[in-house]
Ligand binder design. Sequence first.
Ligand SMILES: [Zn+2]
Length: 168
Amino acid sequence: MKMKTKMIMMMMKKKLVANKGLPPSRESEVLQNISARLFDCFLVATYCYRSFETQQAIYQNFVDQYGEEAANRFSAKPGESEHQTGLTMDVTSESVDFALVEEFGSTKEGEWIAAHAAEFGFVLSYPEGKEDITGYIYEPWHYRYVGEEHAKFMKENDLVLKEYLNEY
Ligand SMILES: [Zn+2]
């Protein structure tokens, strides 16, 4: 196994252990499958599960910094975050200093995960050009697990979860 892949797997494992609210089985398996197939891509999962309290703190911090209207475009109110389901993870890469920024979408890693996430049952929750529907700005780092079958269908038909649930 390549050194980088091994490192990614270790980091992801550590992250999952840190996220004790999560059932380790499925997400851990999916992450390891992804990382094992990454080879030279340096992809790191940052935020996974968040509690109500953590989401509240994060949201409040953004409101204090940017005001409520702006904050609502990129941060969920406590109780409304996909992260609270434990089915969502934010991924990033070293090439953007592990930040959650729009530029991640045009990195090698961002392009790789956009192309392959559905194979592992993940979809991008807030794609570019869908803010009117999702209520959130483009977040190329925020992936939600919906299962392989649904993920592939959503990707092929260019649907976000809200559209998929409304139409099918
Ligand atoms: Zn997120």
